[in-house]
Design a protein around this ligand. Structure first.
Ligand code: NAP
Length: 262
């Protein structure tokens, strides 16, 4: 199916690696021009070069900066002639015990995982509505649906974003103008971040990383971790012309790990 994305511009935040890079790759395959961001210049440039090779017909621009800051947000927006598609993403907050988190720890999590996406939505959504096309996808976490105790900073900040998006997506001024806002909730995906959390979990249980990873995989009905490519493919589908009637949803991609009916 042609997703009818050729020539669109997408701003994909936090996209030098992992899920963000998977989304950028899928959009580039579909003919989107992309602006990708990350803090580290080296990996970002390497990803941009790979994307240009993948589809020489599209423009690929790379913007270095911490997307949680207004400065990096402004640079990313300035690099994108018009934002038809916005993929909000940033690194996840660290795990821990809420007794150890002070106000600055909470503010950092809120900045990265709630306030930055809201600022970028605010900067782009009305122009999308004026043009009659807009797709916003926020990469959140399966922990929004089934909170993980040690990820309290993530549970809290991402739930704030989720509640905000649920209200905004249902405004007729947006939904009635073909602007959709949805959240993609990853379960366990094979990325650098997952490997770091697996190493930490393994150390806690006195297992090797491989043993711990095997245990985690066995607990997922699909019996494996997801790939960034399959995450990106679903993201591109949500951004397609055909997905205009799909808005305000939280879509869990977890290989069946969440045990509930709804
Ligand atoms: P990853 O493999 O560690 O990749 C993170 C990407 O984001 C890198 O390109 C990184 O580059 C960039 N980045 C991080 N913080 C940034 C910031 N403040 N500003 C700009 N770029 C930033 O992580 P991932 O697995 O793709 O995870 C993406 C998101 O999904 C995270 O919020 C994570 O918590 C969430 N998530 C992931 C999983 C999973 O299983 N993978 C599960 C649930 C939720 P730089 O470091 O160079 O900036």
């Amino acid at each position: 199916m042609d997703l009818e994305l050729t020539g669109r511009w997408a701003l994909v935040c936090a996209a030098s690696k992992g899920l963000g890079a998977g989304c950028a790759e899928a959009l580039v395959r579909e003919g989107c021009n992309v602006v990708i961001t990350a803090r580290g210049a080296k990996a970002l440039e390497a990803t941009a070069a790979a994307l240009r090779l993948l589809n020489p017909a599209v423009a690929v621009r790379a913007v270095v900066g911490d997307i949680a800051t207004p400065e990096a947000q402004a640079l990313a927006l300035a690099a994108c002639p018009q934002v038809d598609i916005l993929i909000n993403n940033a690194g996840g907050p660290p795990p821990g015990d809420f007794r150890d988190w002070d106000r600055s720890a909470w503010l950092a999590a809120l900045d990265a995982n709630m306030l930055a996406p809201i600022a970028l939505i605010k900067a782009t959504v009305d122009a999308m509505a004026a043009r009659g096309f807009g797709r916003i996808v926020n990469i959140t976490s399966g922990a929004v649906k089934a909170p993980i105790d040690v990820l309290g900073l993530s549970n809290g900040a991402r739930s704030g974003l989720t509640g905000f998006v649920a209200g905004l997506a249902r405004q007729p001024a947006l939904a009635g103008r073909n602007v959709t806002l949805n959240n993609l909730l990853p379960g366990a995906f094979d990325t650098e971040r997952l490997h770091k959390t697996l190493a930490a979990g393994a150390a806690k249980q006195g297992l090797s990383s491989d043993e711990f990873a095997a245990k985690r995989r066995a607990g997922i009905p699909a019996q494996r971790f997801g790939t960034a490519a399959e995450f990106g493919a679903i993201c591109a589908m949500l951004c397609s012309a055909q997905a205009g009637y799909l808005t305000g949803q939280n879509i869990l991609l977890d290989g069946g790990a969440y045990p509930g009916v709804f």
